[in-house]
Design a protein around this ligand. Structure first.
Ligand SMILES: [Zn+2]
Length: 204
């Protein structure tokens, strides 16, 4: 999901059309819309070319991982219909992952979770893990535009926002991140999961 230095964002003029924004170029516009017709930011595809960008996320790969429930590290299928798909959250002080919680981070497969822990053993203490029965698309994160006051050019708002697909203003979003809702969350102990799968020895 990391973006690479040759994967520049493609900036193309944005106009107001109906109750929302559109790319002026209809071909780009068509290409950039998801199944709910939300407009997505576009980046060149050149995975592995140049250098990985620190903290850089490739919008299309992130979306693909979330749509197909691919592991956020190795991009292999992470969905586990028997036990529930494994989601992890980072190391901020917080309680367990709650049912119906929203996230923009795709799931992770157990071998990749083990590898991450092997690189940074302190992560075991920081991670909050849950097995999730159902992952439902909720909305997008990105930049919201508003109608231009003096011209027909819509204006981007400075602060990033997240918005549900149900919101009437969704057509004004220039999306960069998918948000999904995690349903049927069961908190799990990652250490126990790795022990059970015999992955902890290699990890520590
Ligand atoms: Zn993986």
């Amino acid at each position: 999901m990391t973006s690479w230095s040759n994967e520049d964002e493609i900036h193309t003029p944005i106009i107001q059309r109906g109750n929302g924004i559109a790319y002026r170029d209809p071909v780009w516009d068509h290409h950039a819309r998801d199944g709910s017709l939300v407009l997505w930011r576009q980046q060149k595809l050149a995975q592995g070319k140049g250098k990985p960008v620190w903290m850089g996320i490739h919008f299309a790969r992130l979306r693909r991982a979330m749509d197909r429930l691919l592991c956020q590290v190795c991009a292999q299928p992470a969905e586990d219909t028997e036990r529930g798909t494994l989601f992890l959250t980072g190391n901020t002080p917080r309680g367990p992952i709650k049912d119906r919680e929203l996230t923009t981070h795709p799931p992770v497969c157990l071998p990749c979770a083990a590898e991450s822990v092997a690189k940074c053993p302190h992560l075991l203490r920081g991670f909050v893990a849950a097995r999730v029965a159902e992952v439902r698309p909720w909305g997008v994160g990105g930049t919201r535009y508003v109608p231009g006051l003096l011209s027909s050019r819509p204006m981007p708002l400075p602060e990033p926002e997240r918005m549900s697909y149900d919101d009437d203003r969704i057509g004004w979003m220039h999306a960069s991140h998918p948000f999904v809702e995690l349903l049927g969350c069961r908190p799990v102990d990652l250490t126990e999961e790795l022990l059970e799968a015999d992955l902890l020895q290699g990890a520590l």
